[in-house]
Each structure stands twice: as C-alpha cells, then as structure tokens.
Design a protein. Structure first.
Length: 322
C-alpha cells in the first residue's frame, strides 16, 4: 500500500499533526521562516497534500512540482489570495481554507486596535517606557470617545458582524458596505445600515476593513478614498494588507487628512511603510488577528481534517471553489 505524503510548510500544533499522521506520512518543514518559491517547489515534490500558510504562494508551478498525485492544498487561513484556486482546480486539486474558527479572535483584536488608536494607548505606553516625566491634567493625552460615533464596516461577513456586535456594546452606530447586502435579520439585529462605499467613508468616525483581497479590493483604500474620509476618522485594517495603499496612507496622515490608523496586516508583509513606524497616531501589530492558542490550534486542526477527509476518499469540510 502506497502511503500518502503530506507536506506541511511550517510548524503547526501537535493536535493537527496527530490528525495528519493518521492519513499519511507527514513531511514538516524545519525552516522557521517562509520557504522561497524554489524551496517550496522542491519541498512539495511527490506530495499528495500540502498544508500551506498565508505566506506560501501556491500556484500551478507548485502543483506541477508536487506531481500528479497532489489531491489537496489546505490553506491555514480564511483568506486564500495566496492560492491560485482556478489553476489548481483545473488540475483536479481540491483547495480548502479555515473559515469560522477565527471569527471571534479577529473581532477581538480589531476592537482592541480601535480602542488603542482612539484612546492613544500606544502613545501612553511609549511615554511611560521612555521614562519621560509626566503628570495628570485635564488636557493630557486626550483621545476620542466611541459612544454615539459611527463605525463603518467594509464587508459585513462573519468577522464584520462580530465586530459590529462589539461596537454596539460601546454605543456605536453601524453602517456597512460590500458586494451585497446582508440578510434583513442581520441588519435588524445589528441596527446596521447599508450604504454605498463612498458614503461610508464620508460619514464614519472609524472605518474597519473586513473584505477579502481580490483584484477589485486591492488598494481599495487609496489616496482618493482617504481624502473622502473625514479628518477626525480612524482607519483599521485586520483583513489583508494590500487592501490599503500604505504609501497613500502615510501621505494622508502626514497631511492630517485622517486622525489615525491601526494596522495588523501590511502590503508587503512583513515589511511596513517606513513613514508609518514613527507616527504616534498609528498602532501597528504583527498579524495577530487570529493569534490565540485556541484559535491557531483550531485553524490547524480544521486544515488537517480537510486533508484527512480528502486523502481517505471523503469530501472536504471547507472547500474553496473557483
């Protein structure tokens, strides 16, 4: 009996490895970094399954390097812009992702960023750590309250809805835009109003991005979009870095066109637009949206379960269709 080889491109929790080990022989990359394109093609050679991360560009050339036995690519992420789904589908290869399990973790992080940037928490912490003398007074490090402010959500999917529920607890109004309207019961439960994207930018005090990265959303937030926001507004990005044109964001902040920004993802990750690094009104975190032990384990296990199901003749649990 021929044993399936499962190529795992980077460390994953033991719970997921145990699931994979029951379906085949696990080949785990020992490099504590993303593999280069050449390394990736060599690493997956002969694999029946690939468990990849969001930094792995998995296209037709990777599938061809793996060979005709490749049956599934399991992406350990909700987004799958790093995978050429049509190219793989054309070769009869199943693609899966990990939706659902990271909704709350990402929504929590998103709202943490909203609070951090609007209440100037980063500035305050840096002041303390720098041992700069300070004393309390009524005008000291004043931020912006969220109550009665408008949160504009771009993409009211599961994560966007979870962010909206958290915003309601802070007394915010919700407007949203996207490719389509949410169900009527969702709008009613959240008190959310569907508006055109241009209107959302104009009326929102906080704009939070939760749309997938597609050709249409790449640089969705560009110079024109930033100029359309009100000067007191804040931009939050926890979806995919290239949705925001970082150089344009730096320009807008330097010109005072918006009040601040908080980013968990970056256009050329892990690189960051240098002009954002020293700005006090910018909060930056290193792609921590799903970074709880429980969530990252659940993501890896779901990816492993997809692999195990396909390799044993079953159906994928969370298939991505072209």
């Amino acid at each position: 009996m021929v044993t399936s080889t499962i190529a795992v491109t980077r460390w994953i929790p033991d719970e997921a490895l145990k699931v994979l080990a029951e379906a085949g022989e696990v080949k785990l990359s020992r490099a504590d970094r993303p593999l280069t394109p050449d390394e990736l093609r060599e690493f997956v050679r002969g694999a029946s399954a690939i468990v990849g991360m969001l930094h792995d560009r998995i296209d037709g050339s990777v599938a061809d390097a793996a060979g005709p036995g490749l049956k599934i690519v399991a992406n350990v992420a909700v987004g799958y812009d790093n995978v050429d789904v049509p190219a793989l589908a054309g070769r009869g290869i199943t693609v899966t992702n990990t939706p659902g399990v990271l909704t709350d973790a990402t929504a929590d992080l998103t709202f943490g960023l909203i609070i951090a940037v609007t209440r100037r928490l980063g500035e305050g912490e840096r002041l303390i750590r720098s041992r700069t003398p300070w004393s309390f007074h009524l005008g000291f490090l004043l931020g912006s309250s969220l109550r009665d402010k408008t949160l504009g959500i771009v993409g009211l999917g599961k994560i966007g809805q979870a962010v909206a529920r958290r915003a309601l607890a802070f007394g915010m109004r919700i407007v949203y835009s996207g490719r389509s309207r949410a169900a009527e019961d969702v709008e009613k439960a959240l008190g959310a109003k569907y508006v055109p994207f241009e209107e959302l930018l104009a009326v929102s005090d906080v704009v939070s991005l939760h749309c997938p990265l597609t050709p249409e959303t790449r640089h969705l937030i560009d110079a024109d979009a930033l100029r359309s926001m009100n000067p007191g507004a804040y931009l939050i990005n926890t979806t995919r870095g290239p949705v925001v044109h970082e150089a344009a964001l730096a320009d807008a902040l330097e010109a005072g066109e918006i009040a601040g920004a908080a980013l968990d993802v970056f256009e050329a990750e892990p690189e960051v637009e240098p002009r954002l690094l020293d700005r006090e009104n910018v909060v930056l975190t290193p792609h921590l949206g799903s970074a709880t032990a429980e969530t990252r384990t659940a993501m890896a296990v779901l990816a492993a379960e997809n692999v195990a199901s396909v390799l044993t003749g079953g159906n994928p649990l969370t298939e991505v269709r072209p």
